[in-house]
Design a protein around this ligand. Structure first.
Ligand SMILES: [Zn+2]
Length: 375
């Protein structure tokens, strides 16, 4: 029976395939593939809290906007109090809708009051409360003004910490975990990867073998895609150069390169694992075609590739949101103008099309609109 020691603390041991479940791509980023041959429960939790959670938090805006289901089949979380606008606080809902965190009642000088609410139910509750309160303070009948507002919130500033010790540690950890699924897990413990493991564990304050940006592999990696926002993990090992390189790319854009070993003494191989975090389709490739280590060169992070990465993350994201929003407008219009089982007539087509056109223009102009709530 094979016993494996935890690669981080080295104290705990477990049977083959019976260690703590460690995800290749963090489950909070939509990862599914995992290994149970890496570490103990304690180290998984410790490093999860210390490096993985803060790392994933950076991307939480995107995870919620894309409505990414996590590896534990949990829906993306609601981001509380994400935006303050016009004195109201809004939460970001999975899929990208902003909703009032808490309704409010405002008293006006004229003796009336207005209610701001996220839903009719919330408005009614607030109205009842306000009525009760107003009876205590004044006997006059109150003028009630209730409106439901639909607004386009101003663009949000997001802080994206992607390069830093903590982020590099988490990226290296994902790559080591992936490596553990590519090679005999005992090889992870033969000394070849000690420096990287020690870095992940937090024992090295600096680790010069981690880069963000280009991976130095003059190779077209684009063919290994299943969507434009997929996460990808690559491993390249060279016997001749004695190195193992890992490349992690998140949301089709942010790329980390880690030299996992420079004392590798086994055969060449290359692998890639890909997952689309939204539809959870994933794929493995063995032996990347056209890849030889001749075209590998040492390279360091440069701001240009980082900028390109962030740019493509944002544009991939906008493209998706726009597509989604447009298809919502179209299906909404068709449902409104067409009953089920009805045949399409010119009239239906014309009405649906003009509604779609109007809505698209309205969205393009980002017009604010107000609807009255019928109380
Ligand atoms: Zn451990």
């Amino acid at each position: 029976m094979i016993m494996l020691s935890c690669i981080y603390c080295k104290n705990k041991s477990f049977q083959y395939d019976c260690g703590s479940k460690e995800h290749v791509i963090l489950s909070s980023l939509g990862g599914i593939k995992a290994s149970k041959n890496i570490c103990c429960e304690g180290c998984n939790n410790r490093l999860g809290n210390e490096i993985d959670e803060p790392f994933a938090d950076n991307f939480s805006f995107f995870s919620t906007m894309f409505n990414i289901i996590t590896g534990r089949k949990k829906k993306a979380s609601i981001l509380k109090n994400e935006v303050e606008y016009n004195g109201n606080i809004y939460d970001l809902q999975p899929g990208g809708k902003f909703k009032l965190s808490k309704g409010s009642v405002r008293f006006k000088d004229s003796g009336g009051f207005s209610i701001v609410a996220g839903s009719t139910e919330q408005a009614i509750t607030l109205l009842e409360q306000a009525k009760k309160k107003s009876k205590e303070s004044t006997e006059d009948s109150m003028k009630i003004e209730a409106k439901s507002t639909k607004i386009f919130l101003p663009p949000q500033e997001k802080k994206l910490d992607i390069g830093g010790n903590l982020q590099f540690r988490s990226a290296a950890k994902m790559l080591i975990t992936y490596l553990g699924t590519c090679i005999n897990p005992e090889r992870l413990r033969d000394g070849s990867f000690d420096k990287t493991i020690s870095f992940i564990d937090g024992n090295l304050s600096e680790f010069s073998e981690t880069y963000i940006g280009d991976c130095g592999l003059l190779l077209n990696l684009d063919r290994y895609n299943i969507s434009n926002i997929n996460h990808r993990a690559f491993i390249f090992a060279s016997q001749e150069k004695r190195i193992v390189i890992g490349v992690l790319e998140l949301f089709g854009a942010i790329r980390y390169t880690v030299k996992l070993s420079n004392v590798w003494n086994s055969s060449d191989f290359s692998r890639v694992y890909i997952i689309d975090p939204v539809n959870r389709k994933n794929q493995n490739f063995e032996s990347l075609s056209n890849f030889t280590f001749d075209n590998y060169k040492e390279c360091h992070q440069d701001s240009h590739t980082v900028l390109n990465g962030i740019e493509s993350l944002v544009s991939n994201f906008q493209e998706r949101q726009c597509k989604k929003h447009n298809s919502e407008i179209i299906s909404d219009a068709i449902n409104r103008h067409m009953k089920e089982g009805e045949l399409i007539t010119d009239r239906i087509l014309f009405n649906s099309a003009s509604e779609v056109a109007n809505k698209l223009v309205q969205n393009f102009n980002r017009l604010d609109s107000e609807d009255s709530i019928d109380l």
